[in-house]
Design a protein around this ligand. Structure first.
Ligand SMILES: *Cc1c(COP(=O)(O)O)cnc(C)c1O
Length: 374
């Protein structure tokens, strides 16, 4: 049996919505993107949403909006996809790391304050695997030190913790609609934010900083456009938005299906003393983006290959960013700089988790994993 690591959930309705978009004249950013933004903001209970080309680019724009650049420091976790740190690097600021919590792998809010310096301007917490960070604690520290919070919400559209939703306490939250995410258009992203000025700025920033885009100009009497600041080309297009629109309504249903699969996995591994599972804290509504197991770091790669040879798609989320050659060389990190993130990075194996997994496939994954990790 072969169990794919991931299958997207695009339906006939999504494909028809995409065909309809292709029949329109505006394939770039237009009314479908606007419709997506309205619906996404409503789902997130956020004042504003902006469609973009990726989460990485969304984070770059948010950092730029907050005036963060060379000489500034931004606190984040090394236990993330390297895109989080890359966004900080791209604006010329320095990523400063805080180690992970051993039980959840999220940034350890208890260590945060010690990492703050005069140069610190913002915190980028990542809601790893779909479980929210301790946003109440992070928010109170950020307020005390006048820091901005930009949430890397790639793993959690649907999540909440202690009654706090994704994006509720942050100044902005950034999302990805990359191929493997809970909602996808192949590539794409979004930002939710609270300030009207930020919203207006982002709408321009994603399209070079110009005052009118093609859709604004279409069908109207010609008017010159102007450029008021140096923006990027980070806009979402109508084709992407057409694929995303209907997925918003299915998010919760998919999450519930993934929750059931995650619980089957939990049960299937609970009697295996060589498998540890990240804790799900009380009062957490888990967005269930990634299901990962933690095993003996000495044997992880051997186990990974053995599981793969049983036809089960696997991944690693994540080898910590500070040990990537670029970061190691630029900032001189040595092993043991962030021991918990390093241990998690060396222990982790991600298993398939998506609504289309059949009962038989879930059983095959459980059986294969237990067989390989004896
Ligand atoms: C996928 C991912 C990103 C990057 O998203 P893109 O849309 O590909 O830029 C950043 N952070 C995390 C935690 C991710 O999982």
């Amino acid at each position: 049996m072969k169990v794919e690591f991931y299958k997207h959930n695009l339906t006939q309705a999504d494909k028809e919505s995409c065909l309809k978009a292709l029949e329109g004249y505006i394939l770039t950013t237009g009314h479908i993107v606007q419709e997506f933004e309205t619906q996404f903001a409503a789902y997130m209970k956020a004042p504003y949403a902006v469609g973009t080309s990726s989460c990485t680019n969304s984070m770059i724009m948010c950092l730029r909006y907050f005036g963060i650049g060379p000489g500034d420091e931004v606190i984040t976790s090394p236990m993330s996809f390297l895109a989080t740190s890359n966004a900080i690097e791209h604006v010329g600021a320095k990523p400063v790391y805080v180690d992970a919590e051993a039980n959840t792998a999220n940034i350890d809010a208890n260590l945060l304050e010690a990492a703050i310096t005069e140069r610190t301007k913002a915190i980028i917490p990542i809601h790893l695997f779909g479980q929210l960070c301790d946003m109440k604690a992070i928010k109170s520290i950020a307020d005390r030190h006048r820091l901005k919070i930009i949430e890397d919400a790639c793993h959690s559209i649907e999540g909440s913790r202690d009654g706090i939703r994704t994006g509720e306490l942050g100044d902005a939250a950034c999302f990805s609609f990359y191929t493997t995410k809970n909602m996808t258009s192949g590539e794409g992203g979004a930002i939710i934010c609270k300030e009207v000025d930020m919203h207006q700025w982002l709408l321009k920033c994603r399209i070079h900083g110009v005052t009118k885009n093609a859709a604004d100009r279409y069908g109207k009497k010609y008017e010159h456009y102007d450029m008021t600041f140096l923006g990027y080309k980070f806009n979402m297009n109508n084709i992407q938005a057409s694929l995303l629109l209907n997925q918003i309504d299915r998010l919760e249903d998919y999450r519930n299906q993934k929750e059931a699969i995650a619980q089957s996995y939990d049960q299937g591994f609970q009697n295996n003393p060589n498998i540890q599972i990240p804790a799900v804290l009380p009062n957490v509504h888990h967005a269930r983006h990634i299901y990962t197991i933690w095993v003996d770091p000495q044997k992880r790669d051997e186990y990974l290959l053995a599981i793969q040879s049983k036809g089960v798609g696997v991944a690693i989320n994540y080898r910590p960013t500070h040990l990537m050659t670029y970061y190691k060389e630029k900032y001189g990190y040595q092993p043991n700089s962030f021991p918990i993130a390093e241990k998690i990075g060396a222990s982790t194996i991600t298993l398939p988790l998506y609504p289309q997994l059949t009962q038989a496939e879930v059983e095959h994954v459980i059986h294969s994993v237990n067989l390989c990790i004896g």
